[in-house]
Design a protein around this ligand. Structure first.
Ligand code: FAD
Length: 364
């Protein structure tokens, strides 16, 4: 075991890693460069082991410990943590698949951080749902599937060895109600990742489209399906779940920390600090209750409230930091931009509607 391996959320090595990630967060943000050093550090500290079973060299952390870990990581560097969630989404889908050979081939390298995989599944849940022609189509052919189209949002596809993507099964030109989850090696002929998008925040996550131009994929790469609503089977990538709320709360917590620090020398900030803390703490308690299966509210309500506190806390931290916070490189300005991400990332329709009502001043 490496000297720094984090074996629980109480491990001092987690605080040490977070300090190192926080120190690099401004340059990750300003450069837009893929956070390879941050991810290498996470591999060295054993972060990728948290999410994977012991059979594959992982530590199989319980959900509440994962939430504690994510809360700390996301407050330190949201971009790196977000990339880890997409990586973990791919790992989970592979690990919960019945495809034993695929697990044996990919999981050991993913656990150590030697290889990188990511997911492109939102077009089956929250993206391009209003279009009649599916953006990524799978046609059955001898020995496998012919994949054609693109996945609109894939984080780190240009750095991945594999991308787990969802596709709609076609019968000729007609879409069927069957979907497929497959693991695509990025070196296959016809697979490509165009240059990633410039984003409002998290540009360094290198998010963009992943194109599959009539790519033949042998059956050995099938993760799940064909089946109806493939995303509701297995586990690892449901929209509006605890993970997205956890990252929003991690950002809120870091921003509240800045208000707290400023309030030590400026007592006039104390009432705002008290109000933000009073909003944050029950929400974090509800998150842990939900993770323990004692949900006091739906995951969608949790997400709506997490989005709200992330936006409010980030902006409060900017107010507390004043003009200095509006200068590039200050965390408050970065958090304001990053908080906007939660309004669009993996947001189910009821969460979108609730966020919109709040912003429009429509009372429930
Ligand atoms: C930075 C970032 C990283 C992401 N990373 C990943 C990832 O790694 N993996 C992954 O799977 N997903 C990822 N996502 C996708 C994300 O989870 C959401 O699915 C995505 O943000 C939904 O936005 P969309 O523009 O695709 O939505 P869409 O619903 O496709 O909307 C796009 C546009 O279509 C129009 N439109 C929408 N609905 C209708 C309608 N009913 N009728 C007519 N027109 C309509 C609107 O003009 C809208 O602007 C990422 C998203 C972002 C922003």
């Amino acid at each position: 075991m490496a000297r720094y391996t984090i074996t629980s959320p109480d491990s001092p090595a987690l605080a040490e890693l977070c300090q190192r990630l926080a120190a690099g967060a401004a340059s990750v943000d300003s450069s837009g460069a893929w956070p390879s050093e941050q991810l290498r550090l996470c591999g060295e500290y054993g972060v990728f082991e948290w999410f994977v079973g012991r059979d594959w060299g992982g530590q199989a952390w319980v959900q509440s410990d994962i939430v504690r870990g994510y809360l700390e990581l996301s407050g330190a560097c949201l971009t790196t943590t977000f990339v880890i969630t997409q990586r973990t989404g791919a790992c989970r889908r592979i690990e919960t698949s019945d495809n034993q050979r695929l697990k044996e081939k990919l999981l050991p390298g993913l656990v150590t951080g030697e290889s990188f995989a990511t997911v492109g599944i939102s077009h089956l849940t929250t993206s391009r749902r209003h279009l009649t022609k599916p953006v990524l189509r799978a046609q059955r052919v001898e020995g496998g599937w012919l994949l054609d189209g693109f996945s609109p949002w894939v984080t780190g596809a240009d750095h991945a060895e594999h991308v787990v993507v969802g596709a709609t099964v076609m019968a000729g030109d007609e879409a069927t109600d069957q979907q497929l989850l497959v693991c695509v090696p990025t070196t296959l002929h016809g697979a490509s990742a165009p240059p990633p998008l410039e984003l409002v925040g998290l540009t360094a996550s290198h998010t963009g489209q992943f194109h599959l131009d009539k790519v033949f994929l042998a059956d050995e790469w099938v993760v799940l399906g064909p089946a109806e609503n493939v995303m509701t089977l297995g586990s690892g990538g449901n929209t509006g779940g605890y993970q997205t709320s956890t990252l929003a709360l991690g950002l809120a917590k870091a921003a509240i920390g800045l208000v707290e620090k400023e309030s030590e020398k400026r007592p006039e900030l104390k009432p705002a600090l008290t109000a933000l803390t009073d909003a944050y703490e029950p929400l974090q308690a509800d998150l842990f209750a939900a993770v323990d299966g004692e949900a006091p509210c739906s995951t969608e309500e949790l997400r709506t409230r997490a989005n709200s506190i992330a936006l409010r806390a980030a902006q409060a931290s900017l107010v507390a930091a004043k003009g200095a916070g509006y200068v590039t490189g200050h965390p408050a300005g970065r958090w304001c931009r990053e908080a906007l991400f939660f309004l669009v990332w993996s947001c189910p329709q009821p969460v979108l509607e609730a966020n919109l009502c709040e912003l429009a001043g429509i009372l429930e």
